[in-house]
Ligand binder design. Structure first.
Ligand SMILES: Cc1cc2nc3c(=O)[nH]c(=O)nc-3n(C[C@H](O)[C@H](O)[C@H](O)COP(=O)(O)OP(=O)(O)OC[C@H]3O[C@@H](n4cnc5c(N)ncnc54)[C@H](O)[C@@H]3O)c2cc1C
Length: 645
C-alpha cells in the first residue's frame, strides 16, 4: 500500500492488522455473546467513520501508539503478541493513568460497533431499533416552516418579536407571544425533524439532534459531559420528559436574593399552562418496569417514604425507551410537538437552518437580528429580521457567547454556571430481567433527600451507554456487557453550589466550559452514591457497581460500601455528567448580580430579552424544563402586555 493511500484510509494495511488484534483481545466469547469477528467489526467501524476522516486518523494514530507502547515497554509489538499476552497487556495499560485514558479513547469506536452489532443486541435481548412511519400527513402549520436550504437569496422580514432558539425557553415564549396576536418569527439553527427520523439508531440520530454530536464538555477538576440539542425543540427533543415544578425552597431562595416577584402564587398560572400544554402526568408503572419496584423496596427499607413514578410530559408513552434520541411516537411532548406547532398555529413563522449572528441595534436599542444559513446548492443566505423586541433563547451554554460577541458587557454574562452534576449507581440482580430498553429511561424518583439538595431519579440505561460506561477490557468487559438485563440503574443529581463559566472557544460556535466541583458538592455527590448503593443493597442486589473514570468499583455489602466511602475521592475519578446548565445570564434584582431584570430585559439595553436556561437565577434542584417554560411564559406575557396596544 502506498503512503498516500494509507493516509487517506488510515484503518487499512498494517494499521488494520493492529485493529484486528485489538478486537480479538477485547471481545472474547462470553456466556451469551460470541467472540467478535475482527474483519466484520473493523468493516463496521470503517462504515461508521466513512465521513469522519479526522476521527479515522485519530484512531489510526492511537493504534500505532498501542503498538509502540508495547514494543518500547516489552520489546515486542502488540500485534505480535499471543492472545493471552495481548489481554494481559491491555489490562495492565488500562490500570495506568495516561495510558488507561488513551486506551479507553481507542476502544470507544470498537465498543460502539460491538454494542450496535444486531446479533449481540439480539443475544442480550435489546431492542436494536424502533418502528417509525415512512410517511406522515403534513400538518397545516408546517406551511409556516422555511428551511435555509429552500432559500434562493437573502431574506428581509419584519415582525413584532424575533425569538432565537426553539427549545424550552424560546418555544414557550414564541407561543405566548403569538397567542397574543403578535407577529413572531422563530429562528432555529438546527433542522426540523419529525418521528420518521427518530428511529432509535444512535449513530443516525445523534448527528441530527445533538450539538457537536453531544461532545460539549466542562473541564475543571473533572471532565463533565454536558450534551445539548440542536434541532427544532432544542434540548427538549432529546430530553427524558421529566416534569417537576420549581420547588418552593428554590423559589424562597430566589426571593431572598431579591427576586420577590417569583412567588408560588405568581407562577401558579404559568405552571398550569405549561403542564396543560405538555400533558403532564405520572409515568405508568407498567412502563416504569420492575426497576421501580426494586427502588421502592430499597428506599422503604431505608425508611424513605417519597418514592414514586415521575411526572412526565408523555401521556401516551408506550416505553419505546429512546427519549434521548427523539420520541418515535410523538408521545413525549417536547417543544417540537407542543409549543412550536401551537405557536405556528397561532400565526408565528419558523425559520430553520439559520444561525443568528448579529444584533441589529442603534446603541443599546436592539432592532432585530441577522442570521445566516446554507441556502439552495449550499450557497450562504442571510436572513434579516427587524423587530420591536429580540428574545435570545439559545440555551445557557450559547446565549452568553452570542451576547458577548454583540457587545454586551456585564461581569455576570457567562458566569454563575450551575449544572446539577449527575451520577448513577447500578445494582446487579442475578436471575431478574429488568427489560432494559423496553421501559421508560427516566420514570421513577425518590424525593426524600430533595431538601438536602439530592434528587434521586432514573432507571433504564440504553445498551450502548451501559457498554460504554465500563472501562474494562476482555472477559470482564464482555461479562459486564451481557449482564445488561439483570442490571438496574438508578441515578441522582446534586443541587450545586459550585459555579462555572462559559467563554468562547477555538471550536467555532462552541463554548469553552470551566466548572470545578467544590467540596460541598463533592460530598453531596458521594452521599448520592452512598444512598443509591444502600437502596440497591437493601433491595437485594448481589453487587452494586459504582462507575468511575478509570475503573468501576464493585461493592457487595455494607462493609465494602463503607470501605469505598472511607477513601478520599476526587471529582476527577468519579463518573459525572450533567444535563441542566443554568444561570449564565441570570435574572436578578440589580445589574451587579445578574444580566437581566425580573422581566428578562437585559439591564441597560432596550428591546433585548433573555428567556432560556441561562436566565434562570440559579440551580433549581429539580429537572428544569418546567421552570424554564413557566418563566418563559411569564416573561413573554409581560412583554406582550408592553407590545400589544
Ligand atoms: C439528555 C438530556 C435529558 C434531559 N432530561 C430532562 C428532563 O427529563 N426534564 C427536564 O426538565 N429537563 C431535562 N433536560 C434539560 C432540558 O431539556 C433543558 O434544560 C432545556 O431544554 C433547556 O432549554 P433552553 O431553552 O435553555 O435551551 P435549549 O432547549 O437547548 O434550546 C436552545 C435552542 O437554541 C438553538 N440555538 C442556539 N444557538 C443558536 C443560534 N445562534 N441561532 C439560532 N438558534 C440557536 C439551539 O439549536 C437550540 O435548539 C435534559 C437534558 C438532556 C441533555
Amino acid at each position: 500500500m502506498s503512503a498516500a493511500s494509507a493516509r487517506s484510509n488510515p484503518l487499512s494495511g498494517s494499521t488494520a492488522t493492529i485493529a484486528a488484534r485489538l478486537i480479538e483481545a477485547l471481545f472474547p466469547a462470553g456466556e451469551v455473546l460470541l467472540a467478535a469477528d475482527p474483519d466484520a467489526l473493523l468493516a463496521a467501524v470503517r462504515g461508521y467513520l466513512v465521513r469522519a476522516a479526522l476521527l479515522r486518523r485519530g484512531i489510526g494514530a492511537l493504534l500505532w501508539w498501542l503498538e509502540l507502547r508495547c514494543l518500547l515497554g516489552g520489546g515486542r509489538r502488540f500485534s505480535g503478541l499471543g492472545l493471552e499476552e495481548r489481554r494481559a497487556f491491555l489490562a495492565r495499560t488500562a490500570a495506568t493513568r495516561v495510558g488507561g485514558g488513551l486506551l479507553r479513547a481507542l476502544c470507544i469506536p470498537f465498543k460502539v460497533a460491538y454494542l450496535l452489532e444486531p446479533e449481540n443486541a439480539r443475544r442480550v435481548q435489546v431492542r436494536d431499533h424502533v418502528e417509525v412511519p415512512e410517511r406522515l400527513e403534513p400538518a397545516r402549520w408546517q406551511r409556516q416552516v422555511t428551511d435555509a436550504c429552500e432559500c434562493e437569496g437573502d431574506q428581509k422580514l419584519e415582525a413584532d418579536v424575533v425569538v432565537i432558539g426553539s427549545g424550552a425557553g424560546g418555544a414557550a415564549a414564541a407561543y405566548a407571544l403569538a397567542s397574543r396576536s403578535l407577529a413572531v418569527v422563530l429562528l432555529e439553527e438546527g433542522s426540523y425533524h419529525d418521528r420518521r427520523d427518530f428511529n432509535g439508531r444512535p449513530l443516525e440520530v445523534i448527528p441530527k439532534l445533538y450539538r457537536a454530536m453531544g461532545t460539549t464538555v466542562a473541564l475543571g477538576n473533572a471532565v463533565i459531559p454536558i450534551p445539548i440539542g440542536r434541532s427544532v425543540g432544542g434540548t427538549t427533543t432529546i430530553n427524558s420528559g421529566t416534569c417537576i415544578r420549581t420547588p418552593d425552597r428554590t423559589l424562597a431562595r430566589w426571593q431572598r436574593e431579591g427576586l420577590t416577584e417569583l412567588t408560588r402564587e405568581e407562577l401558579e398560572p404559568y405552571f398550569q399552562r405549561v403542564e396543560a400544554m405538555l400533558g403532564v402526568e405520572p409515568a405508568a408503572p407498567e412502563h416504569v418496569g420492575e426497576v421501580g419496584c426494586v427502588i421502592r423496596a430499597g428506599a422503604q427499607a431505608l425508611g424513605m417514604t417519597r418514592a414514586h413514578p415521575l411526572q412526565r410530559a408523555a401521556r401516551d408513552c408506550d416505553a419505546q425507551a429512546t427519549c434521548q434520541f427523539g420520541c418515535p411516537t410523538d408521545a413525549k411532548r417536547s417543544t417540537n410537538v407542543s409549543f412550536v406547532p401551537s405557536a405556528l398555529e397561532s400565526g408565528a413563522f419558523l425559520f430553520t437552518g439559520f444561525r443568528a449572528k448579529r444584533l441589529i441595534r442603534e446603541g443599546s436599542s436592539v432592532r432585530g437580528v441577522e442570521a445566516v444559513g446554507a441556502g439552495r446548492r449550499g450557497r450562504p443566505v442571510a436572513l434579516s429580521v427587524e423587530a420591536r423586541a429580540v428574545v435570545v433563547s439559545m440555551g445557557a451554554l450559547l446565549t452568553p457567547l452570542f451576547l458577548e460577541a454583540n457587545g454586551l458587557a456585564n461581569g455576570n454574562l457567562g458566569a454563575n454556571l450551575t449544572i446539577h452534576p449527575a451520577g448513577l449507581v447500578a445494582g446487579r440482580y442475578p436471575g431478574r430481567n429488568f427489560r432494559n430498553s423496553y421501559t421508560i429511561p427516566q420514570g421513577y424518583c425518590v424525593e426524600d433527600l430533595a431538601d438536602e439538595g439530592l434528587m434521586l431519579e432514573g432507571s433504564t440505561m440504553p445498551f450502548l451507554v451501559h457498554g460504554l460506561l465500563d472501562p474494562l477490557v476482555a472477559e470482564e468487559y464482555v461479562r459486564f456487557t451481557e449482564r445488561y438485563q439483570e442490571t438496574a440503574y438508578f441515578g441522582f443529581m446534586v443541587r450545586d453550589t459550585s459555579k462555572g463559566r462559559v467563554r468562547r472557544s477555538l471550536r467555532r460556535g462552541l463554548p469553552a466550559i470551566r466548572y470545578s466541583m467544590n467540596a460541598a458538592d463533592l460530598s453531596l455527590f458521594l452521599r448520592g452514591i452512598e444512598i443509591v448503593s444502600r437502596i440497591h443493597l437493601k433491595a437485594g442486589a448481589a453487587e452494586v457497581w459504582i462507575p468511575g473514570t478509570r475503573t468501576g468499583h464493585v461493592v457487595r455489602d455494607e462493609a465494602e460500601l463503607e470501605c469505598f466511602l472511607g477513601q478520599k475521592r476526587r471529582p476527577g475519578e468519579l463518573a459525572i455528567s450533567a444535563y441542566h446548565p443554568l444561570g449564565t445570564a441570570r435574572i436578578a434584582a440589580c445589574p451587579g448580580r445578574g444580566v437581566c431584570n425580573v422581566e428578562h430585559e437585559v439591564f441597560g439595553w432596550k428591546g433585548l430579552f433573555i428567556i432560556d436556561g441561562s436566565s434562570v437565577p440559579g440551580p433549581v434542584g429539580a429537572n428544569p424544563q418546567v421552570t424554564i417554560m413557566a418563566l418563559a411564559s411569564r416573561a413573554a406575557e409581560k412583554l406582550a402586555d408592553r407590545l400589544v396596544v
